[in-house]
Design a protein around this ligand. Structure first.
Ligand SMILES: Nc1ncnc2c1ncn2[C@@H]1O[C@H](COP(=O)(O)OP(=O)(O)OP(=O)(O)O)[C@@H](O)[C@H]1O
Ligand SMILES: O=P(O)(O)OC[C@H]1O[C@H](OP(=O)(O)OP(=O)(O)O)[C@H](O)[C@@H]1O
Length: 298
């Protein structure tokens, strides 16, 4: 099949082709029911469930493709968007790919604050953000700053040991890579996470874009909440609803023949479910159960 000829009538959605964001981006597509089959070595996949073509690109190039309106939607890191200096909408925070872009120097070395690096050589894959950061620190423009900023595309952490840099600016999540290279962080340039980005001049039908965004928001909500049900006596409900107020309000159904008992269903935050279940039990709720929400629209 000549894939390229099938692209004109489809919304182009840019997805990281590999690296840290790839798997979770694909899992969001699966959760949103954007079905596709990607042939080996092909960077374009046509969705079989929506008029969408997925374009697999390096995370660093995705802001440019969306910013220039070549793709209507994309998934990448906020760091890549800021570095690319493009004008796109940050549509949905996808709550993965969380890390920090940090200034790093040799452990136990002579530098302990970023001000001491003014006029020195800094190596990074994020040269625009690094220049912006040091120009601000020097209180001058990028053209007039004294600090030298050099680009390398990867293995940035080797630069200090190789004598290429006095410091580096690179991403840190657990800090393992930084510590293994004998480095320590002294300042944060940017905090980042993965985001859905949207062209400001979309070519596709806006209804289709809204449908995709609503599906992705549904996946995010389903990840954030779980569904909880419990039984309780009428007299206990007021106290129990303080623990489980729900997104809008709990759903209540009368159960049993004496009119005393109620079944309550409510969405609760996944990360607080242990504490919430403990409190519900203490305040008299019974038959407490928690279920996964596979998908939802809110
Ligand atoms: N350690 C990390 N933890 C969480 N998110 C990260 C981490 N490293 C990078 N990211 C996020 O993933 C994006 C892509 O980084 P990655 O290192 O995967 O780049 P890549 O060059 O596309 O892939 P590869 O490193 O496989 O060549 C970064 O811009 C950042 O938003
Ligand atoms: O703080 P940590 O948990 O160690 O993560 C940070 C590392 O992760 C990223 O690189 P990645 O491992 O994706 O490989 P890369 O250097 O090829 O980009 C980033 O560039 C750091 O080197």
């Amino acid at each position: 099949m000549d894939l390229v000829n099938h692209l004109n009538d489809r919304l182009l959605f840019a997805i990281p082709k590999k690296g840290r964001l790839y798997e979770k981006a694909v899992s969001i597509l699966n959760g949103s029911d954007i079905k596709f089959h990607r042939s080996q070595r092909l960077d374009i996949a046509l969705s079989t469930s929506l008029p969408v073509a997925l374009i697999f690109l390096p995370a660093a190039d995705i802001p440019t493709f969306v910013g220039e309106g070549k793709c209507d939607l994309g998934i990448t890191g906020v760091d890549q968007v800021r570095e690319s200096q493009v004008d796109v909408n940050l549509a949905i925070d996808l709550k993965f790919g969380n890390c920090k872009l940090q200034v790093q120097v040799p452990q136990n070395g002579k530098y302990t604050s970023p001000e001491q690096l003014i006029g020195k050589t800094i190596v990074s894959s994020f040269t625009n953000l690094t220049k912006e950061y040091f120009a601000k620190l020097e209180n001058t423009t990028i053209e007039n700053m004294k600090t030298k900023v050099k680009y390398v595309s990867g293995s940035v952490e080797a630069s200090c040991a190789l004598g290429v840099a006095d410091a580096i600016v690179d991403l840190v999540e657990s800090g393992e890579t930084m510590r293994a290279a004998g480095l320590t962080d002294i300042a944060t340039v940017l905090e980042t996470s993965a985001t859905l980005i949207e062209s400001k001049n979309p070519k596709s039908d806006t209804q289709l874009i809204e449908t995709i965004k609503s599906r992705i928001e549904g996946v995010m909500t389903a990840q954030e909440y779980v569904y909880c049900t419990y039984n309780a006596k009428e007299s206990q409900l007021e106290e129990l609803f303080k623990i489980t107020p729900g997104r809008k309000a709990p759903t209540i159904s009368k159960i049993g023949s004496d009119g005393q008992w109620n079944s309550v269903s409510v969405m609760i935050e996944r990360k607080r479910k242990g504490v919430i279940l403990d409190e519900l039990k203490l305040k008299g709720a019974t038959d407490i159960m928690v279920f996964e929400i596979q998908n939802c629209r809110i």
